[in-house]
Design a protein around this ligand. Structure first.
Ligand SMILES: [Zn+2]
Length: 163
């Protein structure tokens, strides 16, 4: 019922109404399409997001006791003020090291600009950053230790193919 929640006085859409242009979108096309070039999801997923969306200003949401941001599930603190120790994983450590190297300008531009590096973008970051760090570490000695370099490169290519 697209018009059920219409506000007749203002003509504006109510908070939970799915806009008519989204309801009218073609929903019979189920053929697989390329994921390259932006979002190609099903229109129904937009309609569902509209249906269940909640305003961040909603008074129903619990608030952080320190800063009044939205609190995380099960605790009275937001992401910033939750100081519980997060478990360190190889992916997180690699991500941190890569970010530090990036800030210091230590990532080799020749490597970062290769298509192979960019192709790793859709890989989950926990895996991707470990493989990228291995590439960075093998980069300088790629002439003296070509097998180690080939191994790191092959692992990166296999991760991309596995997506
Ligand atoms: Zn907070």
């Amino acid at each position: 019922m697209a018009t059920k929640h219409n506000n007749k006085q203002t003509g504006r859409l109510s908070f939970f109404q799915v806009p008519a242009n989204i309801l009218a979108m073609e929903t019979t096309d189920t053929a697989p399409r390329s994921r390259v070039g932006g979002w190609r999801g099903h229109p129904n997923s937009i309609a569902t997001l509209h249906k269940y969306r909640v305003s961040l200003a909603s008074p129903a949401l619990r608030r952080c006791v320190r800063c009044r941001q939205v609190a995380m599930r099960g605790i009275a603190l937001c992401r910033v003020h939750d100081t519980r120790k997060r478990q360190d994983t190889p992916g997180r450590m690699a991500r941190r090291v890569l970010a530090q190297m990036d800030r210091r300008g230590l990532l080799p531009a020749e490597l970062v600009n290769t298509p192979g590096w960019r192709d790793m973008a859709p890989v989950a970051w926990g895996t991707r950053d470990r493989l990228r760090l291995a590439l960075v570490l093998a980069w300088d000695s790629r002439d003296s230790e070509p097998l180690a370099w080939a191994r790191a490169w092959r692992a990166a290519r296999e991760a991309v193919r596995g997506v």
